[in-house]
Write a protein that binds this ligand. Structure first.
Ligand SMILES: CC(C)(COP(=O)(O)OP(=O)(O)OC[C@H]1O[C@@H](n2cnc3c(N)ncnc32)[C@H](O)[C@@H]1OP(=O)(O)O)[C@@H](O)C(=O)NCCC(=O)NCCS
Length: 144
């Protein structure tokens, strides 16, 4: 069992790109994440005002990240937020780092006036249920 000393969640910086790329590649199933496309998206996401790109730092090393978006809706009487990606390094799982990332995103979503947080998952039902999320809808997609 690893000792996890004082993890902290913060907004990602340009310097975190390399380690976030490694984590994103571990998360990706459908796509092989290409470095150049990743770098371009990473730069744009850091600059986007509707986006939270968060990392969890353990002893000065990034061990997980979360990418989430918040936007206005017409029916929810405010904004709504979506978790797009969340990943923790395999050897650091089950130490509460994913929970820290989710809690920080939830706080930011509340501060933005969001009425709910939603997400799609194929592999992490137990994690999201432990975080208080419930299965509410089916996820459809079409690859372009
Ligand atoms: C999903 C993921 C981000 C969770 O991160 P994590 O740091 O391991 O999660 P936490 O330690 O904060 O888990 C909090 C709680 O969620 C539940 N949980 C987490 N992972 C679980 C698992 N594999 N099986 C059952 N319950 C799990 C547990 O109740 C856990 O609390 P506990 O360890 O005290 O029992 C991580 O497992 C991961 O990166 N998985 C691969 C990528 C992925 O599937 N991402 C989600 C895509 S939608």
């Amino acid at each position: 069992m690893r000792d996890i000393v004082d993890p902290s969640v913060r907004t990602a910086t340009p310097a975190d790109a390399g380690v976030v790329l490694v984590l994103a590649r571990e998360l990706a199933i459908t796509f092989v994440t290409e470095r150049r496309a990743f770098r371009d998206s990473y730069r744009q996401l850091l600059a986007a005002s509707d986006t939270d790109l968060l990392v969890v730092d353990v002893g000065g090393v990034v061990r997980g990240y979360l990418l989430g978006f918040s936007h206005h809706s017409l029916i929810a009487n405010g904004q709504v937020s979506w978790v797009e990606e969340v990943a923790v390094a395999a050897e650091f799982r089950r130490h509460g780092l994913g929970a820290r990332l989710m809690a920080d995103f939830e706080r930011r979503a509340r501060d933005r006036g969001s009425r709910f947080i939603a997400l799609a998952t194929t592999r992490a039902h137990a994690f999201y249920e432990a975080m208080g999320y419930s299965d509410h809808a089916s996820y459809f997609r079409k690859l372009l």
